[in-house]
Design a protein around this ligand. Sequence first.
Ligand SMILES: Cc1cc2nc3c(=O)[nH]c(=O)nc-3n(C[C@H](O)[C@H](O)[C@H](O)COP(=O)(O)OP(=O)(O)OC[C@H]3O[C@@H](n4cnc5c(N)ncnc54)[C@H](O)[C@@H]3O)c2cc1C
Length: 435
Amino acid sequence: MNIDTLHGGDSGAANERIAILGAGASGLALGWLLSQAGKQVTVFEAAPRIGGLARTFDWRGIPCDIAPHRLHTSDLEVLSAVQALVPLREHRRVSRILMRDKQIQDPINPIELMLRFPPRTAFALVWGFLNRPKLPETSFESLALNRYGRGLYDFFFEPYTKKMFGVPPAEISVTWGREKLRSSGLLDVLKRQSKTFFSTFWYPERGGYQAILDAMQAQIRGEVLLGAPVTGLELGDGRITAVHYRRDGAAQRFDCDRVFSTLPATVLGRMLGAELKLRFKRIQLVYLDIAKPEVMPYQWVYFGDGDVVINRMAEFKHFHPHLPPCDHSVLCAEVTMDSDHAEADVIAALTRYGLIRREDILDSLVLEEGCGYPVYDRGFEAARDQAQALFGRYANLHCVGRNAEFRHIETDEDIASAADCLRRIYGTETVRLPA
Ligand SMILES: Cc1cc2nc3c(=O)[nH]c(=O)nc-3n(C[C@H](O)[C@H](O)[C@H](O)COP(=O)(O)OP(=O)(O)OC[C@H]3O[C@@H](n4cnc5c(N)ncnc54)[C@H](O)[C@@H]3O)c2cc1C
């Protein structure tokens, strides 16, 4: 569901004043596509840099993203538009799942599980699959049980989902399962066919993932104001009439005809006077520089065990084959479990798996993102409908992107959503994705 508030007809004046809130992937995609359509925009970004969740920073001489960011999409229009923006390299995916002190194939291959785990586990997996229940699908738990059976559910889906969202799968909406388990069952998993189980991905030839966003920014007609947090909106007659923001410590005001918000729905809700009951999962990112030319042969690994705080860990060197060889390597571990000592917990997990030795850690860095994942807990649809109704009161307000729409999507879908939203406003002839 797209929290889009325009109901057609209002295609805007030729010289309308357009405000875009946020300079992440969605805000920059909007600015780039509007500029292609001949519009001028003003983008307001609270941080001193662009990029949001898809930003890249240089640390210890290696370009680092916010966890691994890869472009994998079935939307060929979006793919060719991004390819026209920036040279991309196609990488073969090399990833693993670490579980019960073993490295296993990603995506899970049930035959491998049967061969490599004790007979009791293997029996539980086969028996569970052959005796899959037919439960009414009311939560992620019942959906996963119906598709995979009790054995695989207990082995992987239950601990991993609980770790990711902090609540048991019975509390997670079936919608999340339907969006994220984009396969109908074990056969699809084995054949590795779906957006989730992609076998190759695209990544910028040079720089980090943010190279895509830098290229969008370079094509924007208008201004991208950094260090310019939006503090409020002026409302009148069912429209947003001005944006309030701060710049260099002073309160400022921007009169506008149209506003595109990419801010988290809860932040926009507060600006409109409502406390929305939507919840985001905070994510901590632990970066470690290790005194080894390579820590593992994989681009990323998932940690399936419920007692290990890490969800996924990337080694950035594998995204940058052009970098000159060096004798150290940067890892990034994602932690969504609540932990006051994420760095210590990550180091303990990595030493347990024999991936690093404490004495090899050259440096560390911990970042935090308050809105890492939209949490699809049961009943979230009602809160999202409430958000849609609230935003829909303002005819010139449009919400685009992962956290603005409260959808667990990625940059390709952010770009597609920006294009869809603009086409509904200005028409398909005016808004075109470059090929
Ligand atoms: C751990 C993780 C891994 C991911 N992996 C991938 C992947 O492999 N591939 C992929 O394509 N996508 C991936 N994604 C998703 C991708 O990062 C997002 O879809 C995308 O970055 C969302 O962009 P956005 O512009 O909608 O939101 P954001 O990136 O959140 O941008 C919103 C911007 O608004 C700014 N802002 C907030 N409040 C204000 C304010 N008051 N005033 C002004 N500015 C404000 C923020 O600073 C931010 O820059 C991943 C996300 C996460 C968290």
